[in-house]
Design a protein around this ligand. Structure first.
Ligand code: NAP
Length: 342
């Protein structure tokens, strides 16, 4: 077993890590960290009122002490669910100490030599960790809304060459770290602004769909326009995506390419059977009904149809704290292990 630590273990993403790593066949949680306010208490005590992903805090972590992030950590593999405001320098410090850091924060996503990992999308980018020049490394994962859109775009870009993308997102509250009861300001409401999110969707999509050439990332030449909205939903981001292609596909061509997409040959514990699930019903996918398809590890696509301005439009839905965060990072770590890089 490989012992792992979780930075930011008490937040929305941190608790997904704790949940998804229970009984993991390769990784064993041996260290939990959070802020000063949680440090020194047991995980069970800190999470008494905050745990939401299952009925109760898993027994295996209940009596574990929560440490302060920034301390020396006695394990080599770290999953980071720290806020971006502190993740940047802290993750760098740990990589310099030899830790292998799987980050969910945006701090290092666009760094030269730091890959953004989606196992099925940016497989060739993962090896860039070897060029970071530190004893350990940092590998990030994209923003949760970018993750699900790009999973759907990857096979379409390979097959038909994407020119332009326009996306309107409807993003869940847990994406902002809000879990449990819906706060009053979000009830009966849509907030048409998520700071920095639209810029992230543009930049990250271009990096993820780009290549690695001579040890450098080369962005894909794709125009992306994004409008991001926070909606009163607990989990799951739903996105309306319109795409123009160089080689115009039919609706049936698009469905076939999405359904057949399954590029990972490695047998990984968290790998979904189908990374993209296509639904035919005219009113699906729906957030509440479909976010847990493939245990939250798939991007669910539906309403694939022709568009009279772009070529094709569709809806994509995905779980933001599972494939969009903790589950995506765990899958990346599993892939790194099979690549011999852990
Ligand atoms: P969150 O719920 O606010 O949790 C933040 C975690 O970081 C908590 O464990 C918190 O500990 C800890 N923390 C806060 N300030 C700290 C400090 N100064 N020193 C040490 N630890 C500190 O945030 P989240 O939604 O889980 O997001 C975590 C990261 O993942 C963010 O960078 C976010 O952008 C990214 N992300 C989130 C999602 C999502 O769907 N939520 C998806 C993709 C990526 P305390 O409990 O002790 O305060």
């Amino acid at each position: 077993m490989i012992k792992v630590g979780i930075l930011g273990a008490t937040g929305a993403v941190g608790q997904q890590f704790v949940h998804l790593l229970e009984n993991h066949p390769w990784f064993e949680v041996a260290w939990l960290g959070a802020s000063e306010q949680s440090a020194g208490k047991t995980y069970g005590d800190v999470m008494k009122e905050r745990w939401v992903v299952t009925d109760s805090v898993p027994e295996y972590v209940r009596d574990m002490e929560v440490h302060r992030c920034g301390e020396e950590i006695p394990v080599d593999v770290l999953f980071s669910a720290l806020p971006s405001s502190i993740a940047g320098p802290m993750e760098t410090m740990y990589a310099e100490q030899g830790k292998k850091v799987f980050s969910n924060a945006s701090s290092h996503r666009m760094d030269h030599k730091v890959p953004m990992g989606i196992a099925e999308v940016s497989y060739d980018h993962f090896d860039m960790v070897k060029n970071q020049g530190t004893p350990g490394f940092i590998i990030t994962k994209p923003n949760c809304s970018t993750t699900h859109m790009v999973l759907a775009l990857k096979p379409l870009h390979e097959a038909f060459g994407i020119e332009k993308v326009s996306v309107v997102t409807m993003q869940a509250l847990s994406g902002a770290g809000i879990v449990g009861e819906i706060p009053e300001k979000y009830q009966d409401n849509v907030v048409p602004y998520i700071g920095g999110e639209e810029e992230k969707m543009v930049e990250e999509t271009r990096k993820l769909l780009g290549n690695v050439e001579n040890g450098e990332f080369v962005n894909a030449d794709i125009d992306v326009s994004a409008s991001c909205n926070r909606v009163a939903v607990t989990d799951g981001h739903l996105e309306a995506v319109s795409v123009s292609f160089r080689n115009k596909p039919s609706v049936e061509d698009v469905k076939k390419v999405l359904q057949e997409f399954n590029p990972l040959e490695e047998d990984l514990p968290s790998k979904p059977k189908h990374p993209i699930v296509v639904m035919e019903e005219e009113n699906r996918p729906q957030t509440k009904l479909d976010r847990m398809v493939e245990h939250g590890m798939a991007s669910v696509v539906g309403r694939i149809r022709e568009d009279n301005v772009f070529d094709i439009k569709f809806i994509v839905l995905g779980h933001n704290t599972i494939r969009g965060a903790a589950g995506g990072s765990i899958l990346s770590a599993e892939l790194m292990k099979t690549k011999g890089l852990l």
